[in-house]
Design a protein around this ligand. Structure first.
Ligand SMILES: Nc1nc2c(ncn2[C@@H]2O[C@H](COP(=O)(O)OP(=O)(O)OP(=O)(O)O)[C@@H](O)[C@H]2O)c(=O)[nH]1
Ligand SMILES: [Mg+2]
Length: 281
């Protein structure tokens, strides 16, 4: 089986990661305790790409949750799908990177733990195809620490594929003025150290919600709903039997014509149902 290890970094990355795993367990009919009860053969065929069978016979996510502060990691540990994650996959420090790229980039103390957990999960794979990173490029941990992890993956696993799901900050939408700088500093790694990147722009997602869906006060949760649907749609090719682009390498081969042109646009068909009141005459 061609396994993928998900690494979610920082608060933004962990938030979209949590939404992603919530969607995945429903799509594959896996219950929140990791038991496959009512799945069809179709749901089970490529199930091992994202899930690992434990000694007890239940399944857990091939995922590592990393953050420099414990706040959001605690929320995942209390979420209803907490049992889908192994205990050792939660790696966190004591204080945040304060939206500072260099503070995140110099947090070397967690790196050994992350490296060890990646090694453990890679050894539990039959034929690892690669990694996917989820993070927001505006925060210090997502940008700085994410770049450090990307570099480490390139050094230790040069033959494996790396895909990115990155949230780009929007000036005006977020209050922190250094966010664009953090994003700019992490961009070189996105094209030189990874195979492709799916980018999400909070400002654009806001516009979609306001102009198309009619939500005039969109929250981060609303933005994440669109991100979740997009990631779930894109990864469906790798999780379910399919004819084309059925693993990360083939996907990159079909969609990345030149190594530096590796930003892939996602388009999502939003089904909007208008409920109109018909007056009975
Ligand atoms: N779409 C979306 N964006 C988010 C979410 N959480 C944070 N962001 C964006 O991410 C940026 C802040 O990054 P965070 O992920 O909070 O920061 P971090 O990576 O934890 O880094 P530090 O907190 O600085 O250590 C801002 O631009 C937020 O708008 C989320 O759940 N969804
Ligand atoms: Mg944070």
């Amino acid at each position: 089986m061609r396994e993928i290890i998900n690494i979610q970094i920082g608060k933004g990355g962990n938030q979209i990661g949590l939404d992603f795993w919530e969607a995945l367990h429903i799509e594959h009919s896996l219950d929140p305790y990791g038991d496959l009860n009512h799945s069809s053969d179709y749901q089970k065929e490529k199930f091992n790409v994202y899930f690992l069978e434990t000694i007890k016979g239940s399944y857990c996510a091939r995922s590592i949750q990393v953050d420099s502060d414990p706040d959001f990691i605690n929320e995942i540990q209390q979420s209803y799908i907490q049992n889908l994650f192994s205990q050792s996959s939660f790696i966190y420090g004591n204080s945040s990177s304060n939206n500072n790229f260099s503070q995140g980039y110099s947090q070397l103390e967690l790196l050994d733990q992350v490296q060890e957990e990646i090694r453990l999960q890679a050894e539990q794979s039959e034929c690892l195809q690669g990694f996917q990173l989820m993070r927001s490029l505006g925060g210090g941990t997502g940008s700085g620490y994410g770049s450090l992890i990307l570099q480490m993956l390139n050094d230790l696993y040069p033959k494996n594929m790396i895909s990115n799901f990155s949230i780009f900050p929007t000036p005006g939408v977020n209050d922190i003025i250094v966010e664009p700088y953090n994003a700019v500093l992490s961009i070189p790694g996105l094209y030189s150290q990874s195979n492709f990147c799916f980018s999400f722009h909070n400002g654009t997602l806001n516009k979609i919600l306001m102009k198309i869906i009619g939500n005039n006060t969109p929250s981060l949760k609303d933005l994440n709903t669109i991100i979740k649907q997009s990631i779930s749609g894109v990864t469906a090719l790798w999780r379910f039997p399919s004819q084309i682009s059925n693993d990360i390498r083939k996907f990159a081969m079909n969609l990345v014509p030149f190594p530096n042109l590796n930003y892939i646009n996602i388009s999502l068909h939003l089904c909007i149902t208008k409920i109109t009141n018909h007056k009975m005459k």
